[in-house]
Write a protein that binds this ligand. Sequence first.
Ligand SMILES: C=C(O[C@@H]1C=C(C(=O)O)C=C[C@H]1O)C(=O)O
Length: 354
Amino acid sequence: MELELQSLNLPCDDERLIVMAGPCSAETEEQVITTARQLAAKGCHMFRAGVWKPRTKPGGFEGNGETALPWLKTVKEETGMMVATEVATPEHVELALKYGVDILWVGARTTANPFAMQALADSLCGVDVPVFVKNPVNPDLELWIGAMERINQAGVKRLAAIHRGFSSYDKKIYRNLPMWQIPIELRRRIPQLPIICDPSHIGGSRELIAPLCQQAMDLGFDGLIVESHCNPDSAWSDAKQQVTPDVLDYILSLIAIRDDKMTTEGIVALRKQIDELDNQLMELLAKRMRVCREIGQYKKEHNMTVLQTGRYNEILDKRGAQGVLCGMDPKFVKEIFESVHEESVRQQIEIINK
Ligand SMILES: C=C(O[C@@H]1C=C(C(=O)O)C=C[C@H]1O)C(=O)O
């Protein structure tokens, strides 16, 4: 199904960048208002704060719920910023709308659950409010698109996707792995859908916010949602990944915003070179496959197995090392040769069984 989309029509500083900032959780009225005032003073147009917090384990701070909604209303009235919060159930939607919340977002755990998404969609039927849908916790693009389709089918046309990274057992650098190839594929599939990057949840730490924001801009994403707190170290949730409005302003001032629509003569000439090289790559691959088929024929005549792990390992090691010398990521080189090997084995199996 095709998404039927309308422009988000949100205020932003220049033609492209949407920045939504605010604390992970609305903790107290004072914390909300203080943070909002500081953000508004820095020129922020959209304020975010979690009111209902889905926590991994019980016992943590699960948000102030309805009590915090009038605080958001005050932010709106006092600063003129639009306000946004996360909704996970139809009751959340009803209450958020009742208190005049301007933008709703759906969290990663909710996106992963089609029943919850359908219930949310049903509660949004006939409501014209922008809805931002975070990627599901697992790296499943179809599930992400499906969640947005449900909301869209309910008549919500002002939709955006939030890229917040994907859960992983491996938490060495990122809290949630960015797996950029997934939002990139989303952009390819639905080019008109705005994509907002959430560097706070991808990175899980302050130091990673700036480079992640830049990476999102380098990819031509449309905006950022960043956690900002007037006193991050004392935050009741996500303390390590929140920054003060001052720091956020500094980070944003350093970000280079790229123009994704520019095509110049220079790039056209360079792309011609790429086309020529891709042609050569394809011809070389076809040549390599011809030799592989010959090897397949030889193996058939000599009753040898197609898979030769010793040789396969030799290739992976040799080309991996060569890749490093050529300035390429060894993982990338490994994946290329794994794919080449897979196709080579497939073609040889066809020959050996003829
Ligand atoms: C081509 C061969 O068969 C298989 C495919 C390989 C390849 O494409 O390079 C390597 C080892 C084998 O698993 C071979 O045995 O050399």
